[in-house]
Design a protein around this ligand. Structure first.
Ligand code: DSN
Length: 493
């Protein structure tokens, strides 16, 4: 096992490991090129792009070569619907091994009674959680009352009644513009259609979560599911308080920790800030701050285990066994002590980035950060999020635009840019580099002017970046990126 602190150390962990990874990738690219050379070329180009840009998308990271290589195997060819030891297909003994390992590492890492490694993504993990909550809270008691073992035994009338009840439950989650996720009850999303939904926002004057207001909304709305968690809220959440609110109104507390799972794994979030002991069900992705393969994971208290276990095939298609194998490898990496150092660095670096913006008079949602996200309100630069995102990309700074609370520009143009520190922290960036990143971003945005529409009005999309700024920024970034190379020693021919 190699040191997992940074992308420099986890790949170099020895020059011989980097040399072996080079051999593996060069051979793989040759085999791919013999069938479709354009895919091999795009794969090379992607590495070059990732190596040469400032990756600040809060939900992205760089997985280790061990994780990446694990995904490229014949596990991809195996069907394995069902659960470990109870499959709908023969010959799943090796899939059982890797799925059991992924679940064991997840339970140990997060101190969870039960873990389910099959979801293909975070949205799938959330769908499994919704299904599990409805099955446990609505279907099981109904079947018990009617003396039936499963829904096939129900009369048409009882089935219709159960379907009606299943489809008429309530969900309370954080609103999208306050930093919640689409799947937390946003109306256009399936979650907002499966459930009667209501959302809680943040305090308009501080941008912070107001637990009294959440409690008030919960008392009034009486949801079956209370969701905590976020994808663009730059602060920590008190999950013990959220559980108190859920208990008071008889709701199931579901926490979506997709964004900050790495900070939980690395024990940066502990006590009331650790969702796992407080939530009935916790969902996550494995590829963001957790730095694993692209995928999802569900953790649950025992009472929800059997319904989560039926996630496939009730909600999910056949598990991606090659990805479950990579989850086992990534979770093993995250159990190394060096991962805790990495996680702390993510949070420290976010503070450095926020301070870098604040000292240059930029406006941040909530005035700062205490997780891995910094949400910059770009209205002070006279720009929409869309203009800012594009100008930054021209200068080699990869971010994504994001709504700010009560955003006047809506979810498409937005007024914010979301920054995250997990990826560049993996490369080894520290305080000075993140301060420099803030300086470069402010320089680009200060030199961007909004365009006009054909009719002569203000455009929300077009912009002009002053001459020379893109090159100047790229040169400054290149200096830092060269000092902290991505996958050092991994040389493609
Ligand atoms: N797309 C993810 C993000 O960027 O936060 C959430 O699903």
């Amino acid at each position: 096992m190699t040191d997992a602190t940074t992308a420099s150390s986890y790949v170099s962990g020895g020059e011989s490991l980097a040399a072996q990874a080079s051999t593996a990738y060069n051979a793989a690219l040759e085999v791919i090129a013999s069938v479709e050379p354009r895919v091999a070329e795009a794969t090379r180009a992607e590495l070059a792009d990732q190596r040469s840009s400032l990756k600040l998308i809060a939900s992205e990271n760089y997985a280790s070569p061990a994780v990446l290589l694990t995904m490229g195997t014949w596990f991809s060819d195996k069907y394995a619907e069902g659960t470990v030891g109870h499959r709908f297909y023969a010959g799943c003994q090796n899939v059982d091994t890797v799925e059991a390992l992924a679940a064991e590492h997840a339970r140990e890492l997060f101190g969870a009674p039960y873990a389910y490694a099959q979801p293909h993504s975070g949205i799938d993990a959330n769908l499994v959680a919704f299904w599990s909550i409805l099955a446990h809270r609505i279907e099981s008691p109904a079947l018990e009352k009617l003396g039936a073992k499963n829904v096939s035994e129900l009369s048409e009338t009882d089935w219709e009644t159960l379907r009606h009840e299943f489809g008429n439950q309530r969900m309370l989650g954080m609103s999208l513009d306050a930093g919640g996720h689409l799947t937390h009850g946003f109306r256009p999303n399936i979650s907002g259609k499966m459930f009667h939904q209501r959302s809680y926002g943040t305090d308009p004057s501080t941008g912070l979560l107001d637990y009294d207001r959440v409690a008030e909304a919960a008392r009034e709305f009486k949801p079956l599911v209370l969701i905590a968690g976020y994808s663009a809220y730059p602060r920590r959440v008190n999950f013990a308080k959220m559980r108190e609110i859920a208990d008071e109104v008889g709701a199931t507390l579901m926490v979506d920790m997709a964004h900050f799972a790495g900070l939980v794994a690395g024990r940066v979030f502990t006590g009331d800030e650790d969702p796992v002991p407080h939530a009935h069900i916790t969902t996550t992705t494995t590829h963001k701050s957790l730095r694993g393969p692209r995928g999802g994971l569900v953790l649950a208290q025992e009472e929800y285990a059997s319904s989560v276990d039926r996630g496939c095939p009730m909600v999910l298609g056949g598990p991606l066994s090659h990805v479950m194998a990579a989850k086992a490898v990534a979770l093993a990496e995250a159990r190394q002590p060096s991962f805790a150092t990495y996680a702390q660095n993510i949070a420290d670096n976010a503070k450095s980035l926020a301070e870098g913006f604040l000292k240059r008079d930029a406006k941040l949602v909530t005035g700062g950060t205490d997780n891995h996200i910094v949400l910059l309100d770009v209205s002070g630069f006279g720009l929409t999020g869309r203009q800012a995102e594009s100008a930054l990309l021209d200068a080699g700074v990869v971010t994504n635009r994001n709504s700010v609370p009560a955003d006047p520009n809506g979810a498409w143009y937005t007024s914010g840019i979301r920054f995250g520190t997990p990826a560049l922290t993996s490369r080894g960036f520290g305080h000075d580099e993140f301060d420099r990143v803030a300086e470069l971003v402010v320089d680009v945005l200060s030199n961007t002017t909004p365009g006009t529409t054909k009719a002569g009005g203000p455009s929300k999309a077009s912009y002009t970046l002053a001459d020379g700024i893109a090159d100047r920024t790229k040169a400054a970034s290149a200096e830092m990126l060269e000092k902290y190379p991505l996958y050092p020693g991994l040389d493609l021919l």
